[in-house]
Design a binder for this molecule. Sequence first.
Ligand SMILES: [Zn+2]
Ligand SMILES: [Zn+2]
Length: 140
Amino acid sequence: MRTGKCLCGMCSYEIDDEPIVIAVCHCTDCQRLSGTGHTTGAMFPESSIRLFGQPATYKIESNAGNTVTRLFCGTCGSPLFGKNTGMPGFMTVAMGTLDTSDGMLPQVEIFTRNQRDWDHPNPAIESYDTQPGWKPENGI
Ligand SMILES: [Zn+2]
Ligand SMILES: [Zn+2]
């Protein structure tokens, strides 16, 4: 069981499954969302996540034409989750909100074309200029 929460504690969650993929995203939306160079997100089946509290939501259209919903704490502003209509049934958890994440290492970095020169990708893992044609059913 993994647990996590926002900065103020109004929103918290439990997850009882393993992540399907852990990705670092350098896209410009993720930079604005996080206020820094990238987001690090772990994707889980949505059904494995139990949410406590009522996060605020913000919807935006992705480059691929899907609707991305960001869930964040309306009180303290912590980004918590992301959902994408292109990946139904899955939810990405903002890794920094997990209480513990030992051993959960990113497998891929995406949108490295947007990478800030002060935010270096990890050369040891796979990276892509944009979004690879990755689907959960294909595995890593
Ligand atoms: Zn909060
Ligand atoms: Zn991104």
